[in-house]
Structures are given as structure tokens and as C-alpha cells.
Design a protein around this ligand. Structure first.
Ligand code: HEC
Length: 217
């Protein structure tokens, strides 16, 4: 085999160049995406995650919420995500540029959370209760309890915490005690409350197929 070296270098170059092409074109498409500046309001979208919410993103990662929840809204015609009110539009790559790790997920044991903050009932108290005692807000749910993110402590005399959860019935704290979120719970809820992709980027507009002109042959 006289040209063995040439063959080897050639094959190496072909594989190397095509892999580089795949990587560079992906980088060109997604890696180079930046915030979008609204032409009228001059605001930037998506807004960066604030400190607490960004720490909450790591709590979400640590606790493996991604094993049951996705964060990607499919466009109409590709599943019922929009009909189920999981979002008002499809998710686009630009939605994720502020997140170092993207939690797209692939299993939907629970609802998609990409727009968790947009649910009409979802105030901070709802998220705290859901994490502490899921059945207190969603009876019969499969969502596991994350009670370890809360502290059940005796109420200091005359000084109940303003952050204590308002739980009733069998979920209420024992007499003289209160349930208070730990800093990890506060961060996680700040993250959940940041999930709201409603800005209409040009690329998020639904695809409308061109109408065929009638007649012609
Ligand atoms: C074993 C699967 C599972 C895991 C793990 C899980 N969840 Fe859930 N989650 C669910 C299910 C099921 C529901 C639906 C509750 C219901 O019945 O309404 C839910 C509901 C929710 C909702 C309310 C969504 C809505 O539309 O109102 C939020 C927010 C949520 N989960 C956050 C989390 C977070 C944060 C974590 C990680 C700390 C987590 N979940 C881990 C299964 C899971």
C-alpha cells in the first residue's frame, strides 16, 4: 500500500473538517444568539436571571426536577402544549441563552414548567405549598414532597415568621410550630417565578404556509 499515509491523512482531514463544520454551524446558529432588542420599547429579551433565581436554577438541577418536568413548549400542530396552556407560543433557542444548563427534559410526568410563573394561580405561596406538601394544593398528585427544603420550628414567643406557610388541616404545622422555607426553597421558588416566556420574538411567530394561488397549471 504505497499511498497509505496519503489515505490516512485524507480520511483524517475529511472526518476532521466535517466534524468542525457540524460544530461551527451549530455554534453559528445557537451560540451566537444574543438578547433581542425590542425595536419600539428598546428593552432587551430575555432578561437575565437575577441572583436568587439563578441560584434556584442550580437547586432545580440538584434535585432532579428535570426527571419529571420538561421546559419546552411545542408549537401548535406538534402536541397539545399550547392548548393545555403551558405557554402562549412555541419555545425558541433564544429563550434559553441566559441559562448555562438547559433543562429541556424528555419525560412529562408533571406539566411543562417553561411558563410556570404565568399560571394564574401561581404565586409564591402556591409554589411553597406545592414543594412542602404537594397534595395540599394538588390532591392525589404524583409530585413528590420536598419538605426537607423547609424548617419546622417552634414559633419564637410573640415573633411568628412573616414567611411561614399558611397551611391548614392535616398539613398544618404541629401546635406552637411554623413551617419556614430555607434559603434553598426561596431560591428555587424565585427560579420557578422567573419562568415566563411570553415575549414574541420574530422567530417565535407561528409558521404560516404560503397560500397556493388557485388555478394555474
Ligand atoms: C416524580 C415526578 C416529579 C418530580 C421529580 C417533580 N415533580 Fe413537579 N409535578 C409532578 C406532577 C405529577 C405534577 C402535577 C401536579 C398536579 O397533579 O396538579 C407536578 C407539578 C409541579 C408544578 C405545578 C405546575 C403547574 O402547572 O401548576 C410545579 C411548579 C412543579 N411540579 C415543580 C417541581 C420542582 C421544582 C421539582 C423539583 C424540586 C419537581 N416539580 C419535581 C411530578 C414531579
Amino acid at each position: 500500500m504505497k499511498n497509505g499515509l496519503v489515505l490516512f491523512v485524507g480520511a483524517f482531514a475529511v472526518i476532521g473538517l466535517s466534524s468542525a463544520g457540524v460544530l461551527l454551524s451549530a455554534h453559528n446558529q445557537f451560540g451566537a444568539l444574543t438578547q433581542y432588542k425590542d425595536p419600539i420599547e428598546e428593552t432587551l429579551h430575555p432578561a437575565p436571571l437575577r441572583g436568587t433565581a439563578d441560584r434556584g436554577r442550580m437547586v432545580y438541577q440538584d434535585l432532579g426536577c428535570v426527571s419529571c418536568h420538561t421546559q419546552q413548549v411545542r408549537r401548535e400542530g406538534f402536541g397539545g402544549d399550547i392548548a393545555r396552556q403551558w405557554g402562549v407560543r412555541q419555545s425558541v433557542a433564544r429563550d434559553y441563552i441566559r441559562e448555562k444548563t438547559v433543562f429541556l427534559g424528555h419525560s412529562r410526568i408533571g406539566p411543562d414548567l417553561r411558563n410556570a410563573a404565568a399560571r394564574p394561580y401561581a404565586d409564591a405561596e402556591y409554589f411553597y405549598k406545592l414543594l412542602y406538601a404537594p397534595a395540599s394544593v394538588a390532591p392525589g398528585t404524583n409530585m413528590p414532597s420536598y419538605a426537607f427544603l423547609f424548617e419546622v420550628r417552634p414559633i419564637p414567643p410573640g415573633q411568628p415568621s412573616p414567611h411561614a406557610l399558611q397551611l391548614t388541616g392535616k398539613y398544618a404545622a404541629p401546635a406552637g410550630h411554623e413551617v419556614v422555607p430555607t434559603p434553598r426553597a426561596v431560591a428555587l421558588v424565585a427560579y420557578l417565578r422567573s419562568l415566563n416566556d411570553t415575549y414574541e420574538y420574530p422567530e417565535a411567530a407561528p409558521y404560516v404556509p404560503a397560500v397556493k394561488q388557485g388555478g394555474g397549471h
